[in-house]
Design a protein. Structure first.
Length: 557
């Protein structure tokens, strides 16, 4: 009876966690339409689902896993509303990897079912709010990485008969993470280290065999989807050591130059470092009662600073530097504890910090905010040691989770947009009845007018056209196929394939150039669009009354 009651309790709490994810899907997924990041990966997946070949028809400079994975949004039943579905998948992914992260530390923290629910919910809340809901390769990399580490840990403790299967699954997931985005090349290494710990020739041998078999299986699968040589040429074309140093090292040092970061994160960082160095020295550097009070006060200051960021903003914002500065401290703490204790729990937490670091290596969104769970786990471990008593811990965790959800909800009153502030209250048009691919999506009146203008222009000029430089959802919305193989031809996305794109552009009849594009196509560097500029400078304009798009005709047609 006791086991049955426990099983029912776990089932009920799993339902509550699932309800939290569903609630987020209902509150956040349907609202807004964004012309840049919001459709980039989904647009590529749409091309793939229509039969276009990756690295052949499709111009893409990253590994292919995300394009293939998100093509599920164009299969039944998700294909009924692919844009909404992609956002729901986003929340489900974050829900899964947040729960998996919390579960990895449940035994170490001696959490009961309610404690695990609160920890998973806190991880989910902080992870989910820091990027607009959409298909994105960084989220995929985190998703596959966390699951890979999860199964590598389970392989350590599982029955002998299932260890190799779990390890093989961990290896496959680790390789899928590496095939999502280049920085996640680190994941198979992390999986191998965890699976082989403590190091022995037997464990190392089994890990190498599992990784090799996983690699063979993926290689065979990929050859049925794409040209391997084309993939290898594409994924090395735009990466550099300079980018790694800038995003993966200098970014964190620069955040600490901010007086705001020092004031906001400094107190919490001090508590965590005093705790860690006290354990390393074998004696308390500060009396636990004082340190406990300091922890509660510093977390309160930290959360108030989040609220202050949102109160005084006039557009969508993510408190990126507040995450990144704290990350440097929690990563240091977990590393110190991993070296000191040599326990696999701390090794795993350090590895998860490595996943966060990989997620931050980007050309645009250089932050660990998308996977802040390792920092939350570190603070939770410190808090559980300093704040004694299960009831007190439960109360503190509940207050922190509710405060976080409320703060982020307040901060979500603006929607992500590069073209100017979009208030949530201004998103009042249900656009699905006019554009079936956008079923369930609500947009602003301006965005609805842009869509209607695109529909008129497509009707007038036909399907052999491109929309530049952004609007990557155009072909998804109108169920078309992009004749140049890419929906968002930024300089950095075109890379070394400029001649290919220009050649394909020569076969296009009409180009529609979005007037309010941001970044501007004339911008210098990687975020400009020379492809768009070449159209503006050399194609002839059509005298057709429009409000949002300039019409250019190919002079050779």
């Amino acid at each position: 009876m006791k086991a049955s009651a426990l099983a029912l309790e776990k089932m009920g709490l799993s339902f509550v966690y699932g309800a939290l994810i569903i609630l987020y899907c209902a509150i956040y997924a349907p609202y807004g339409l964004e012309n840049n990041d919001g459709g980039f990966l989904l647009g590529l997946s749409h091309q793939f689902s229509e039969g276009a070949g990756i690295y052949d028809d499709i111009i893409y400079i990253r590994p292919p896993a995300s394009i293939i994975f998100h093509s599920i949004n164009f299969t039944s039943p998700l294909g009924v509303a692919p844009v909404l579905s992609s956002r729901i998948v986003y929340f489900v992914q974050i829900g899964i990897y947040s729960a998996a992260t919390a579960t990895l530390f449940a035994n170490y923290l001696k959490l009961n079912s309610i404690g695990l629910l609160l920890l998973a919910s806190a991880c989910f809340i902080f992870n989910a709010h820091n990027f607009p809901p959409m298909a994105w390769h960084t989220v995929d990399g985190i998703f596959f990485s966390v699951l890979a580490i999860f199964f590598s840990v389970k392989a350590q403790a599982g029955a002998t008969s299932t260890k190799f299967i779990k390890l093989l699954l961990a290896s496959l997931l680790g390789l899928l993470a590496a095939l999502s985005k280049q920085p996640f090349y680190i994941t198979p290494i992390l999986v191998g280290v965890i699976a082989s710990y403590p190091l022995s020739l037997r464990k190392l041998g089994i890990t190498v065999i599992a990784t090799f078999l996983g690699g063979v299986l993926l290689w065979i699968s990929l050859t049925s989807f794409l040209d391997i040589n084309g993939m290898l040429n594409a994924i090395v074309s735009q990466t550099s050591a300079r980018d790694l140093v800038s995003a993966g090292v200098l970014n964190y040092a620069q955040d600490w130059y901010s007086l705001r970061s020092i004031i906001t994160v400094g107190p919490l960082a001090s508590v965590l470092l005093i705790w860690a160095f006290g354990r390393a020295s074998g004696r308390a550097l500060v009396a636990p009662a004082y340190l406990r009070f300091a922890l509660i006060l510093s977390v309160t200051i930290y959360m108030i600073s989040f609220l202050q960021v949102f109160v005084f903003t006039d557009r969508w914002v993510s408190p990126r530097s507040l995450f990144d500065t704290l990350f440097t401290i929690t990563a240091l703490v977990s590393t110190i504890e991993a070296i000191r204790t040599r326990k696999i729990t701390w090794l795993v937490l350090t590895a998860l910090h490595g996943v966060s670091w990989a997620a931050s290596i980007s050309w645009g969104y250089t932050t660990v905010a998308l996977f802040s769970a390792p920092s939350i786990i570190t603070i939770t471990i410190v808090g559980m040691e300093l704040i004694k008593g299960s009831r007190t811990q439960l109360a503190a965790s509940t207050i922190a989770s509710v405060a976080a959800a409320s703060t982020f909800f307040f901060g979500s009153q603006f929607l992500y947009s590069l073209e100017g502030p979009v208030r949530r209250s201004d998103v009042t048009v249900s656009i699905g009845p006019e554009f079936p691919a956008l079923r369930g999506i609500w947009v602003s009146a301006t965005k609805a007018d842009e869509l209607r203008e695109l529909k008129i222009l497509r009707s007038k000029f036909g399907e052999n056209l491109v929309v530049l430089p952004n609007w990557p959802l155009y072909n998804t919305i109108f169920d078309g196929r992009n004749p140049i193989g890419m929906d968002w031809p930024l300089n950095t996305e075109v890379g070394p394939f400029d001649r290919v794109v220009q050649s394909r552009l020569g076969q296009v009849d009409v180009a529609l150039v979005f007037r309010n594009a941001n970044p501007s196509p004339a911008s210098e560097g990687r975020f400009g669009s020379q492809i768009t500029q070449s159209v503006i400078e050399s194609w002839s304009t059509e005298d057709f009354e429009t409000k949002y798009f300039d019409v250019y005709l190919n002079p050779s047609h």
